[in-house]
Design a protein. Structure first.
Length: 272
């Protein structure tokens, strides 16, 4: 960790969270010494991170939140986590899209943010298993907000998950018959050991179908997804072409990811 006294609160909290996850827990006095800030500042940071649900406060410090691997938060619950990071990721991911592309967007709050940044890209064909993503395009058309050519949007059928994704045999059949230039994939968790994972077994199969139908796979996930493992793994890191993330991902983790993923794009920074 750094002794920089001028760290922004968001950067400082990202460092704290990374340390908690890496070491399995930290003490307040260690953080005040390493970050050269007051005891009160660290406690406010821990309070903020605890409200986000990404760590648990204990006497004198904090420990990681350990959730059941089958726990699947709803869309609204996830949408309030890391909103600025998700928007930065969405903006960087949108820069990878050229007019006329056939692309797929999986379910998730980050792909939902990405959809809003794609409204002005002309002549897109968008396939999605996300009710929320499809609504972004449909509502923009109704409101007359699409200025340079409306996207053609295909919403798969399927069974709706708590995160408003459509999964299951109906969705899988529709996806298998299609071919995408580009897939933007939101994930529940990412790690070297478990790869990409989700707490929903049916969603794991649908995500596998999406990946097999795409020429290029781009994961869009903020730094808090690193180290999280859901019930079902559906791909290894080596099957990902590009990961678009935010600056909260630590340098050590970036190096680890780079050993498996050819392209690492950190929103707001130079492409690695």
């Amino acid at each position: 960790m750094t002794d920089n006294q001028n760290l922004l609160a968001e950067q400082r909290r990202a460092l704290i969270l990374d340390e908690v996850r890496r070491r399995g827990g930290v003490r307040v006095n260690e953080l005040t010494r390493r970050l050269s800030v007051s005891d009160m500042t660290i406690r406010r940071d821990l309070d903020a991170l605890a409200r986000q649900g990404v760590l648990s406060k204990v006497h004198g410090g904090a420990v990681p939140v350990v959730e059941a691997s089958t726990h699947e938060p709803g869309f609204e619950a996830k949408s309030v986590l890391e909103p600025s990071a998700k928007d930065e990721i969405a903006r960087a991911a949108a820069a990878l899209v050229t007019p006329g592309t056939a692309l797929a967007l999986s379910g998730g709050t980050t792909t939902y943010a990405l959809a809003r940044h794609l409204l002005d890209v002309p002549d897109l064909t968008v396939v999605t298993n996300s009710v929320r993503v499809a609504d972004v395009f449909h509502e923009a058309v109704r409101a007359g907000e699409v200025r340079r050519g409306a996207a053609t949007v295909v919403l798969t059928g399927g069974v709706r998950t708590p995160s408003d994704a459509l999964v299951g045999p109906v969705a899988d059949r529709a996806i298998r018959s299609l071919h995408f230039d580009l897939l933007f994939l939101g994930v529940h968790g990412v790690s070297v050991e478990a790869g990409l994972s989700t707490p929903n077994l049916a969603e794991a199969e649908t995500n596998t179908c999406l990946m097999r139908s795409a020429r290029r796979v781009v994961v869009v996930a903020d730094h808090t997804k690193w180290g999280t493992v859901g019930l079902s793994s559906f791909a290894s890191l080596d099957e990902v072409d590009t990961w678009v993330t935010d600056g909260g991902l630590s340098g050590g983790t970036r190096a680890e990811v780079a050993e498996h993923v050819p392209g690492l794009v950190v929103a707001g920074e130079e492409r690695a």
